[in-house]
Design a binder for this molecule. Structure first.
Ligand SMILES: [Zn+2]
Length: 475
């Protein structure tokens, strides 16, 4: 979730491709194309390919953070599986990725009531020396409260950010809570703090802390940063409630290593009469390291690979080219999708519609969009054709995921079969993100729903015009 990098990207490419969207008459889909939805649904609901892919990636490769041996193994895995599923033009353009290694971490309350708790270093955070850091802690709710403290209130101390995240179906709670993880450590460092601990950006009640990227300010000191699970943050809160000084000891051996080679993995169903137009299906292949990245994001990769397979297996020949793009290193800086935009600079305007799956294993509950208003009747037709899936009709404010942010900011339309994220933040970025969290029936439904929407997007008889309204920033 990467506002700063997106802004950078936009600055880099600004102005070139956001075309004007003249009004056009709504164009109706061919009857045979609409009828294919029923067949894709029936096939999809009876096809376990997506679940099998999640099982295979999480078992044979497992954790695959950027730059790790698992990252390289995942690239080989994806290229092999795309070929096996019948995708064409399978390729693995190289991407240079940062390489951060977690090492191990320890967290202990020294006073008033000594005990140790499980902890995770935040992604990209610096380590401590071998002895660790011991200091008094200051509890704050959020960045605003920190900024309002008197000068020197956190100097030489450890800042504990104790804000809670709300559970929502669409991820809004995460968007509201995550700035503390991204910028809290630098904000505290500027005030002289020695380390930061956050309540996990998570809705879970178990003791698995949640990791994720922190982003140091370029011009400030870098201090170690950690996350506690919700129950342990509650326990720490009770220590503060005693009214006595809370002393903590923290240790982390996290460190940066030299950049590594990774790759995007791309495969296609070539189009026919509109083959030069690309419907891009985006998911990220990397994962965080504590779990095996089942819901984040083996599920998204598997849903999109399977959607393409279902279209292939049904003998359907799309008009536009359907391109599956599994991007390198979304989690720790969007390396793959940024490299893709740079490498394909000459043909970005040929990317007419994007789908992204990066919100768990489903089911799909809503169809939202971000299209030129002239194509809203087409989205209505797609929604009606998908009536057997009983989806809610979302608005036209879909943001897409982080990997499509660059293309969407250049005006590419987004269709968003929304995955139900109610339980997503119980698991995401934790050691608990494993195959056990995936419901096979939800994955089958998701692959089928994506297949239907992707198929119709590829067949739309009109033009998918550029979206000219400014895309809101992602967090
Ligand atoms: Zn993800």
């Amino acid at each position: 979730m990467n506002r700063y990098e997106s802004l950078l990207l936009t600055a880099l490419l600004s102005g070139s491709l956001v075309g004007a969207g003249a009004a056009e008459k709504p164009q109706n889909f061919a009857r045979a194309d609409l009828a294919a939805v029923a067949s894709l649904r029936d096939r999809g609901l009876a096809d376990d390919t997506a679940y099998r892919l999640i099982e295979s990636l999480t078992t044979e490769v497992g954790p695959r953070p950027a730059g790790s041996p698992g990252d390289k193994a995942a690239v080989a895995w994806a290229a092999r599986e795309m070929q096996r599923l019948g995708l064409k033009n399978v390729r693995t353009p190289a991407v240079v990725v940062p390489h951060w290694e977690r090492g191990d971490a320890e967290f202990a309350v020294i006073a008033p009531l000594p005990q140790s708790m499980p902890v995770l270093a935040l992604g990209g955070s610096v380590g401590t020396d071998a002895a660790g850091i011991e200091a008094e802690a200051v509890q704050v709710a959020d960045l605003k409260v920190l900024a309002a403290l008197p000068a020197d209130a956190v100097k030489d101390r450890i800042v504990f950010f104790n804000g809670r995240m709300a559970r929502t179906r669409d991820g809004a709670g995460y968007g509201a809570a995550v700035p503390v993880r991204a910028t809290g450590p630098s904000a505290a460092a500027k005030l002289g703090a020695r380390a930061v601990v956050i309540r996990s950006i998570s809705t879970s009640h178990d003791r698995f802390p949640h990791t994720g990227t922190t982003r140091y300010a370029a011009d400030g000191p870098r201090i170690p940063a950690f996350a506690l699970s919700n129950p342990d943050a509650d326990a720490l809160e009770r220590q503060f409630a005693t009214g006595q000084a809370v002393r903590l000891r923290l240790r982390s051996s996290a460190r940066d290593l030299p950049p590594e080679r990774s790759a995007n993995v791309i495969g296609e169903i070539p189009g026919s009469d509109r083959a030069s137009e690309i419907v891009i299906l985006a998911a990220h292949l990397d994962s965080w390291d504590p779990g095996t990245g089942a819901i984040d994001n083996a599920a998204g990769c598997a849903i999109l690979m399977t959607a393409a397979k279902l279209i292939n297996d049904a003998g359907l020949k799309p008009r536009r080219t359907i391109r599956v793009a599994l991007f390198a290193n979304e989690e720790f800086g969007l390396s793959g999708s940024r490299a893709y935009v740079e490498e394909n600079a000459a043909e970005l305007d040929r990317h007419v519609v994007g789908f992204e799956a990066d919100f768990g294993a489903g089911p799909v509950w809503r169809l939202a969009s971000r299209v030129n208003p002239a194509q809203l009747p087409a989205v209505d037709q797609i929604h009606r054709a998908m009536q057997p899936f009983k989806l809610e009709r979302g608005g036209n404010e879909a943001t897409g995921g982080a990997d499509l942010d660059g293309l969407a900011r250049l005006g590419m339309a987004i269709l968003s079969p929304d995955l139900d994220g109610s339980n997503y933040f119980d698991v995401h970025h934790t050691a608990n993100d494993t195959l056990a969290q995936v419901d096979p029936a939800a994955v089958r439904q998701s692959a089928a729903a994506f297949a239907a929407a992707i198929w119709l997007a590829a067949q739309y008889p009109g033009d998918w015009q550029r979206v000219t309204t400014e895309k809101p920033a992602r967090r």
